[in-house]
Ligand binder design. Structure first.
Ligand code: GLN
Ligand code: ZN
Length: 761
């Protein structure tokens, strides 16, 4: 048996890559420095893997921004507007990633999309008749040779042609798809020939698209592409690598082609083992068996791995089995070594990228012998896993019982929307087209500085609290003066909409350095849901209460929903997702009820991440949406009819989950729309959406201040598309990342526009 890694977290042990790249963006270091620093990072990662005894290490998994964008460059699919900038190759690359601005004008960045069901975003290229596809193998070659120069043989990785084509935006010439396909396939063929001439022995082609629902056409395209690639027998071995699921639609098609090896994910791809057993596996091919989780941070359960390997061994000769990560380790933090605050009890249960390398080597050693059950590492692992169940502080009899006893009634409000909205209107007495914001106001440098100082113990809790109160007071006054109708407290107390809640709930653990790349130089540090979740104390009540005391206008309580908390955390694997979601739902319910009790009349429960964890396979959507939406409903099912529940989502592609959105039964939903031209209102109307809705009219991702006239135009469009009595006027999302002056200017224009239009209603 051998071991392999699909990809290693390129951000570096202490996010070195982020630091140098951002310094380069700020002109603090030269291009040469950036390049030499990045080279050091790559070399370090290869050495680390080589020292850990990994047999198949990857090159070209490094990227300055995004591997998909690298593939775009490799295929010379750079859209014209970026080429026209006449920048160096590196700066053209960054222009696609981040946009570019100079005296002559402005080019926007390529759009970003979520990478399958992860929290990673890739840049979506655009293919059109202007695209001149041709091979640029410079980066992949360089990195392979770089490793070779330090004595390390790697397998370069590249995103596969089908995945590339399916995830790109094919603009003009859609009818020419076959042509693109042919061209792209030929380029990969050329790449393979170049690589083999350079001495590459294995090439890893990532085709995660193969784990999605594929139709006849897709399968035909897959077969066509690889028939072209394999027209002549390549002089190197090709590993077809899949991850994030199973290949049920194409298993036999994959085997038809002369891939030397096939990489299958045996964790998320729960049908892969069955496929293997039912259809067998050619004896001359190697299997890269994904058994070390690249998406979660728990220590590998060696017994479970043994069961999987046992089944694989019956189908594939041992010498043809390579133990692999389930996907790239890009999706987990780098190392546990810098976690100084977590006790050993917890750390023993965790494995980040570096620790996963040791796991692979352990597993290789353990399973190379038939009586592995006597291997001390194996015994030790079984013992450790058992220990987890004995960590008492993470088990709550009480919350387990509460979840078990939930009945249908617990998920339903007691009155219909018609009754509720009547009572709410009587109580709130809002004008038509009420104005509000999504929750956060700019988290300016002073806020971050004071929070840091408080965290470090440099300023006391009362001092910190007073600072936050002061910020709240100021922003409530600002909103009053602007004439907004439903105010917010500004969310100054929270650095993050998930971490803050986690910190105030039991069952969560936090890392100091557990950063994971979200996109480009941006990272997230997800909390870890380690045990049963319970609300130990009030979370937001004191701030909300205080803010409401400062104004006569209704002030919206601001909470994060259970699904968003769950989806933006690393989740325990010993309990099902539904139960965990209900635990969080109950905790948020307690907070909702306490807010209501203190006279908060409007409460918003954000579900920004509901959509992104939709299962990859459509068949599984219903099951997910059923419990996810119930978890949301649980948070507010016990409030009185007169309490208005809002929810917010950062997207507006609802067409395919419309029923789910309706089922959430929120009185008001605010959504992103500024970028999608309000077409969402058509969708809602066509689906008989009968609740109130606030389509974002102010794009918070841009520093631009829209004029009153522009807002008026948008609001007038809204009125044409939807029942005026049901419309709200608000920004796209929270204002956290904006500057104060621009948000205030924009909100002023927004409120005035709404007021003007009201006059004519
Ligand atoms: N209430 C949050 C805010 O305003 C919502 C953020 C989000 O949807 N991502 O920041
Ligand atoms: Zn949002």
């Amino acid at each position: 048996m051998k071991t392999a890694v699909i990809g290693f977290p390129r951000i570096g042990e202490k996010r070195e890559l982020k630091r140098v790249t951002e310094s380069y963006f700020k002109n603090q270091i030269s291009k040469e420095e950036l390049i030499s620093e990045s080279k050091k990072i790559r070399e370090k990662h290869w050495k680390l893997q080589s020292d850990a005894g990994i047999d198949f290490m990857t090159s070209n998994d490094f990227s300055f921004y995004d591997l998909f964008l690298d593939t775009t460059v490799m295929l010379n699919a750079i859209p014209k507007e970026y080429k026209d900038l006449n920048l160096s190759e590196l700066d053209t690359y960054f222009a696609m990633a981040k946009g570019y601005q100079n005296e002559n004008g402005e080019v926007k960045a390529l759009p970003m999309k979520k990478w399958f069901n992860t929290n990673y975003h890739y840049l979506v290229p655009r293919l059109s008749s202007e695209t001149n596809l041709k091979l640029n193998s410079q980066k992949i070659m360089n990195e392979y040779l770089e490793a070779k120069n330090i004595g390390i043989e790697t397998k370069p990785v590249v995103i596969g042609p089908l995945t590339f084509l399916k995830l790109s935006k094919i603009e003009e010439g859609k009818e020419n798809y076959a042509l693109y396909l042919l061209k792209v396939a030929k380029i990969y063929k050329e790449l393979i020939s170049e690589l083999s001439k350079t001495g590459v022995k294995y090439l890893q082609i990532d085709e995660p698209i193969l784990v999605t629902d594929l139709d006849k056409n897709d399968i035909e395209n897959f077969n066509n592409i690889y028939s072209i690639i394999f027209e002549s027998k390549p002089d190197l071995n090709i590993i077809l690598q899949t991850y994030f699921g199973d290949v049920r639609d194409v298993y036999s098609d994959i085997l038809k082609h002369p891939f030397s090896a096939v990489g299958l994910d045996f964790l998320e791809g729960y049908k892969n083992l069955d496929l293997l057993e039912k259809n067998s596996f050619p004896q001359d091919k190697v299997i890269f068996a994904g058994i070390v989780n690249g998406k979660n941070i728990w220590k590998n359960n060696y017994k479970k791995s043994a069961d999987i390997i046992d089944r694989i061994k019956k189908m594939v000769p041992v010498e043809n089995i390579v133990l692999n990560t389930s996907c790239s380790l890009l999706h987990v933090p780098y190392t546990l070594r810098h976690e100084t605050k977590l006790s050993e009890t917890y750390k023993n249960q965790l494995a980040f990228a570096e620790e996963k390398l040791s796991e692979l080597s352990d597993l290789k050693e353990i399973f190379s012998s038939d009586n592995f059950k006597e291997n001390p590492e194996y015994i030790e692992n079984i013992h450790l896993i058992e220990c987890k169940n004995k960590i008492k502080e993470f088990y709550s009899e009480d919350i387990r019982r509460k979840v078990a006893e939930l009945t249908e009634d617990d998920f339903n409000r007691t009155s219909s929307f018609t009754e509720r909205i009547r009572e709410q209107n009587d109580l709130l007495n809002l004008p038509k087209l009420p104005t509000t914001t999504i929750g956060s106001f700019p988290q300016t440098a002073d806020v971050r500085k004071i929070r840091m100082a408080h965290k470090k113990g440099e300023i006391s809790k009362p001092e910190y609290d007073n600072f936050i109160k002061d910020k709240i007071k100021k922003i409530v006054n600002v909103q009053d003066e602007l004439g907004l109708d439903v105010l917010v407290h500004g969310e100054y107390e929270r650095n993050d909409m998930v971490e803050y809640f986690g910190e105030n709930l039991s069952g969560f653990l936090f890392t100091e350095n557990g950063w994971v790349q979200s996109y480009g130089t941006r990272g997230v540090k997800p909390p870890v849901i380690f045990g049963d979740v319970k609300r130990e104390k009030s979370i937001t009540v004191q701030w909300t209460k205080y803010a409401q005391s400062l104004t006569d206008k209704p002030l919206k309580g601001m909470l994060t929903g259970p699904i968003t908390i769950q989806n933006w955390s690393f989740v325990r694997e010993d309990l099902d997702l539904k139960t965990i979601a209900y635990q969080i739902g109950l905790a948020i319910q307690e907070e909702v009820l306490e807010l209501e009790n203190y006279g908060i009349k409007v409460i918003q429960i954000d579900e920004a991440a509901l959509r992104e964890k939709l299962p990859i396979r459509k068949k599984e959507w219903k099951e997910y949406l059923d419990w996810a939406i119930k978890a949301f409903r649980l948070t507010n099912s016990r409030v009185e009819s007169k309490t208005q529940i809002h929810t917010h989502m950062c997207y507006s592609e609802f067409d395919d989950i419309m029923q789910g959105i309706k089922d959430m039964d929120a009185d008001v939903i605010t959504i992103e729309a500024a970028k999608s031209d309000l077409s969402i209102l058509d969708t809602l109307k066509n689906n008989n959406y009968d609740k109130e809705v606030g389509p974002g009219v102010y794009d918070i991702h841009s520093p631009r201040v829209p004029s009153e006239g522009e807002f008026k135009g948008l609001i007038n469009n809204m009125i044409e598309l939807f029942d005026t009595d049901k419309l709200w006027v608000n920004p796209d999302c929270g204002l956290k990342t904006r500057e104060e002056f621009e948000t205030i200017e924009s909100l002023k224009n927004m409120v005035n526009a709404a007021k003007e239009i009201r006059k004519n209603l």
